[in-house]
Write a protein that binds this ligand. Structure first.
Ligand SMILES: NC(=O)c1ccc[n+]([C@@H]2O[C@H](COP(=O)([O-])OP(=O)(O)OC[C@H]3O[C@@H](n4cnc5c(N)ncnc54)[C@H](O)[C@@H]3O)[C@@H](O)[C@H]2O)c1
Length: 372
């Protein structure tokens, strides 16, 4: 990487590939203080798809073979936005080639794979960060500040529910998210996001007790029904290392829920409530208010919740999902140039993977499991 230009490679151009491309395109104009970004090489499965997406996203070259993105000498950092089962091979190849990596969550379908990714990151000395965008919400940062200041006192209980309905229809066809090769299902796909929020807000999980279920055991394919190999619903009871109790509930089959990540944090002197479906506000209840005015107040995102100010000078005009990716991208660049940064690196992500592995074993063995 030259002092003032970062060469970017992108593997995968689906939902998250586009989110990364938008972030790489907008990080310069939004923040104004980042090194120049050069969108160099996009790889996807197939030359035609890669060439079309490179044109749409603004990349200079395209390849139907992801290895060519990694071999490109001008690429400094590789965004990996392919299904989970490819993360190990692609991340390790990029790190071994001396590239920084921005890999979508979760790290990998198994803890053993994730440990290999961590080993590769350590051996390379390169920056390796995971795509846990929800922790980048300026309001989540503000909630963290309020917790640090003791605004609601010591926290004793945390609940996070993450629900969507994109698999709620029993007739919805089989897709790669139903393959065991990509992990457990709702835990890897969803519960890791609440776990990233817990990591940023509170620290580590000490032990878990998990139940999972599969409401629709077969799904349609062009060649007939196929067994669903994973679980679309998971409930995880938690005990955090700081002593607080809590739970995570995750469902991909929750009709009516579109992008819900409902967080409730209960402390000795108040409560904080947030929902990603209304990501520009949160609710605060503090016992220090006069009893005659006790009640939840709504706090709306505004320029005094940085880095909201980098996007918009006016309060209440709302950031969106893709803006979280742009903030994540700026944090990644900051880490590359040696600044203090907010993010879940492979070093941090391994604790999420250990919690996932403990939840899987807890479900299989029907008992509480320590997170190793
Ligand atoms: N951070 C988030 O909020 C979030 C949201 C959704 C998905 N994800 C994660 O992003 C990853 C991708 O999910 P998605 O929803 O974008 O999937 P997607 O199906 O929309 O996109 C996957 C892309 O990878 C490409 N691909 C598949 N095999 C490939 C190969 N061998 N070589 C090159 N490209 C290949 C596909 O063609 C496609 O462009 C998953 O790990 C998922 O967990 C994260």
């Amino acid at each position: 990487m030259s002092k003032d230009t970062i060469g970017v490679g992108l593997i995968g151009s689906g939902f998250m590939g586009k989110a990364h491309a938008l972030a790489w395109n907008s990080v310069g104009p939004v923040f104004g203080d980042a090194p120049r970004v050069r969108l160099l090489h996009l790889g996807d499965a197939g030359e035609e798809l890669a060439a079309r997406k490179a044109r749409e996203f603004g990349f200079e070259r395209a390849s139907g073979d992801w290895r060519k993105v990694i071999a490109d000498p001008e690429v400094d950092v590789v965004s990996i936005t392919t299904p989970n089962k490819f993360h190990l091979e692609m991340a390790n190849a990029a790190l071994t080639a001396g590239k920084h990596v921005w890999c979508e969550k979760p790290m990998a379908p198994t803890l053993a794979d994730a440990e290999m990714m961590l080993a590769a990151a350590r051996a390379s000395g390169k920056v390796a960060v995971l795509g846990y965008n929800y922790i980048q919400n300026p309001l989540i940062r503000h909630i963290r500040r309020l917790l640090d200041e003791g605004a609601i006192g010591p926290v004793n209980h945390v609940r996070i529910e993450m629900d969507e309905d994109f698999m709620a229809d029993p007739e919805a066809p089989f897709q790669q998210r139903h393959e065991a090769a990509n992990g457990w299902g709702a835990i890897d796909d969803f519960a890791v996001h609440p776990l990233s929020l817990i990591a940023i807000l509170f620290g580590k999980v000490a032990r878990v007790m998990c139940d999972m279920s599969k409401p629709y055991p077969t799904r349609k394919t062009a060649d007939g029904d196929r067994d669903v190999e994973v679980y679309d619903i998971a409930t995880i009871l938690l005990r955090l290392e700081n002593g607080a109790s809590g739970y995570i509930a995750a469902s991909r089959t929750a009709w009516g829920r579109k992008g819900r990540i409902a967080i409730q944090i209960f402390g000795a002197k108040g409560t904080i409530a947030f929902d990603q479906e209304r990501m520009n506000e949160f609710q605060l209840y503090v016992t220090s208010d006069r009893p005659t005015e006790h009640g939840f107040r709504s706090i709306i995102s505004a320029p005094h919740h940085p880095p909201y100010d980098r996007f918009c000078p006016a309060p209440g005009h709302s950031l969106g999902f893709n803006d979280l990716k742009t903030i994540e991208c700026r944090q990644l660049i900051g880490r590359i140039v040696g600044e203090d940064s907010v993010g879940i690196t492979f070093e941090d992500g391994i604790f999420i993977e250990r919690t996932v592995a403990a939840a899987g074993r807890s479900f299989q063995e029907g008992r509480w499991m320590e997170v190793e």
